[in-house]
Design a protein around this ligand. Sequence first.
Ligand SMILES: Nc1nc2c(ncn2[C@@H]2O[C@H](COP(=O)(O)OP(=O)(O)OP(=O)(O)O)[C@@H](O)[C@H]2O)c(=O)[nH]1
Ligand SMILES: [Mg+2]
Length: 225
Amino acid sequence: MLQTIRIEEKILGKNEELALRNRQRFDSSGIFAITLSGSPGGGKTSLLECAIPKLQLFLRVGVVEGDIETDQDGRRIAALGCPVTQIVTAGTCHLDAGMVGRALNEMPMDDLDLLFIENVGNLVCPASYSLGEHALVVVISTTEGEDKPLKYPAMFRKADAMVLNKLDLSPYVNVDPAAVEAYARRVRPGLPSFRTSCITWLGIEEWVAWILELRHAWMLEKKHP
Ligand SMILES: Nc1nc2c(ncn2[C@@H]2O[C@H](COP(=O)(O)OP(=O)(O)OP(=O)(O)O)[C@@H](O)[C@H]2O)c(=O)[nH]1
Ligand SMILES: [Mg+2]
């Protein structure tokens, strides 16, 4: 029992070290990095498909995609004309900082301003592994029910914002978006949240504006620490 805990600490300690190395690479290349994590099928890739063409008007955007199998998400992102590296974890239920570090070797780091990392669809394990990102966005959708922030609190506690997607479906699944937000803020008081739909485009502009503001604040802080 005690030994198991020591091993876990060792693995997570190594991950923290590699995450710090990723962060240093982002900072030295002037890249603001955002991780999207959330349950399978919540709409992470769809949100990127909506947001990236808008962000590309201002910034050079790249994506690191994480999936257990297939490069389907990677191909969807590449269709946007975006540099993308697909990580196939072959069974591992989360990305770790080492995997992301290897993916960064394949990215044009000197030609990017903003990098998204889409984690494996999973609301549990990714919460334990920092990747070196500057901001973490948890993506859930109305079809998952109202109680997910209470049942899977670690991800919400760690997040810098929540996107509640598939608002177009909320009347059909009897989910009140305000209830989801209240549960999320019970876990993480003050958590910024966005109500979105990739079908109606609800909330996409607001989410994009938040990303641009966050990056801008980071740039100013870097200049005047
Ligand atoms: N009705 C509705 N469907 C959506 C919305 N966003 C995404 N979808 C659909 O939900 C399904 C999953 O979307 P993805 O973007 O692939 O979800 P994901 O989170 O990237 O999935 P994984 O990478 O497999 O975890 C697709 O069929 C999308 O078309 C939305 O806002 N409303
Ligand atoms: Mg996806």
